[in-house]
Write a new protein. Structure first.
Lengths: 275, 215
């Protein structure tokens, strides 16, 4: 508890205080500037761009990884050696660090990377595709890479959830004349509701904090279009040396993450109760 | 659930496509640069350990020192975390439902704090007590970031001193990305320990995760 307070609550509190100052590592002293940093937030075009980008990635990744994760888990659900081996394989992306994942994907997506080599060999493209070069392509690539790891996570959570469903429920539903779709809607979905909550909320939180994949894959480019808010925050703090202003961005990011996460949790929990 | 042969086949196809990037990283770690660029998809034949040897014989000992720091930090933090976390969860479990809900909410909040938010205050805190860029400073935070954590070691330890393997990968590969042989060699070494650890302990691991997630 003391550790938690020292290394989590204290830094958050200190960051909150710092957000009202003009603190910089280059200057020995700092002074309170009131709400100036927060006022600046509203006029910061780059922050707005980063927020828009982050929101887009968060929504896409959360939806994609949960839908794909559930389908994947249903496909791999069951007994037998084959399925067990597959479940083990599928979870590996989640074990790798974000940096490793990003480097593997960078070697695939590079201009002269593996994907372009394969596509050219198959004669599918004449010129190498710039997977990270344009705003749209880079955004798409980042969503794919992030989803790759979150799908792995969601699959494990849903596999676990599916295991908790008693088979008698499916048999009862079958006796009642429910088809495959009906069984999915009336047995599977309600029974895995707690798993949905966990998976969705953790996906949200992870993606809100997105940093390492961006640092390796695009460095925020092209033209700052793939800067996540977390990445922008680090740039402001350690490249522009503006700790005070960066702290106010940190507070905003934290408030947004916590707000969305608690909101979604409440919503999903209420839904759990209804089902 | 009944598993038909066609479903198993379909499952294999999807799974193999999904883990294709891992296969690429693994197989290309044992191929020469020419082999990689010519045939990225083929298995490593002829098989070469050159990339691994090159990675291990770098003059800056990036891989060895990085692995050492990572193992040290991971061991210590896990050693610290497990007793702490078990004690804490027992403590939480024994409270009344209302207190329990509050405590859980507080800790869930901890999960949400982006590392970037606590990074600056921690860098300042360490600087104030003179521990930035030191092993001691590092040791203090063991409970918080483990092997895969990237951002904190990068900024707290400063470049090239006591860096963990993940940071090392980032710092060294940032500069020469075209040399795939080198890249895959280093990445193989950086990733092999956690993945092997996972494969060995996966039964326990998935079990634990499942019982946790199923709540």
């Amino acid at each position: 508890m003391a550790l938690y307070a020292t290394f989590l609550l204290y830094p958050v509190a200190r960051s909150a205080i710092m957000s009202f100052t003009n603190r910089s590592p280059l200057k020995p002293t700092s002074s309170f500037v009131g709400f100036a940093n927060y006022v600046e937030l509203f006029a910061d075009e780059r922050l707005l761009t980063s927020l828009r980008f982050t929101a887009l990635v968060v929504v896409v990744v959360t939806v994609v990884s949960n839908v794909a994760g559930l389908l994947f888990a249903m496909l791999l659900n069951g007994t037998g050696r084959n399925l067990r081996v597959m479940r083990t394989l599928v979870f590996i992306p989640q074990v790798l660090s974000g940096v490793i994942v990003a480097f593997v994907w960078r070697s695939i997506l590079n201009q002269n990377g593996l994907l372009n080599t394969v596509l050219a060999d198959l004669g599918l493209v004449d010129d190498p595709v710039s997977w990270l070069g344009s705003t749209e392509m880079a955004t798409l690539s980042i969503c794919v890479v992030v989803s790759w790891t979150t799908i792995a996570f969601a699959t494990v959570v849903y596999t676990a959830s599916l295991r908790t469903i008693p088979t008698e429920l499916y048999e009862a539903a079958r006796v009642d004349g429910a088809g495959a779709l009906g069984r999915f809607r009336h047995v599977t979905l309600p029974m895995i509701a707690p798993g949905v909550t966990i998976s969705v909320v953790l996906c949200l939180i992870t993606t809100f904090k997105l940093y390492d994949v961006i640092a390796v894959l695009t460095g925020g480019g092209p033209a700052n279009s793939t800067k996540s808010t977390a990445y922008y925050l680090v740039t402001v703090a350690f490249t522009n040396n503006r700790f005070g202003y960066a702290s106010s961005i940190a507070m905003l990011l934290l408030a947004l993450t916590a707000g969305v996460a608690y909101g979604v949790t409440t919503l999903l929990r209420r839904r759990e109760a209804h089902l | 659930v009944r598993t038909t042969r066609s479903r198993v086949a379909a499952a294999w196809v999807v799974t193999l496509v999904f883990v294709l990037p891992i296969y690429l990283a693994l197989s290309n770690a044992f191929k020469s640069q020419d082999q990689i660029t010519a045939n990225p998809l083929t298995p490593p034949a002829p098989f070469t350990f050159d990339n691994i040897v090159t990675a291990l014989s770098r003059p800056d000992h990036l891989v060895q020192s990085g692995l050492f720091t990572s193992v040290l930090v991971t061991t210590l933090s896990v050693g610290l975390l497990i007793p702490l976390a078990s004690a804490l969860s027992l403590y939480i479990f024994e409270r009344t439902p209302k207190v329990r809900a509050t405590l859980l909410a507080v800790f869930a909040f901890g999960l949400m704090v982006p590392p970037q938010v606590v990074l600056q205050p921690i860098v300042l805190l360490l600087r104030d007590i003179g521990l930035a860029n030191s092993y001691a400073g590092r040791a203090i935070f063991l409970g918080l970031w483990v092997w895969n954590d990237f951002l904190n070691p990068l900024f707290i330890l400063g470049p090239l001193r006591g860096q963990t393997i993940t940071t090392g990968v980032y710092l060294s590969l940032g500069t020469y990305s075209i040399d795939y042989a080198q890249l895959f060699g280093i990445m193989f070494l950086a990733a092999v320990l956690p993945v092997v650890g996972y494969l060995v302990g996966q039964r326990e691991f998935i079990h634990g995760l499942m019982s946790g997630a199923a709540k």
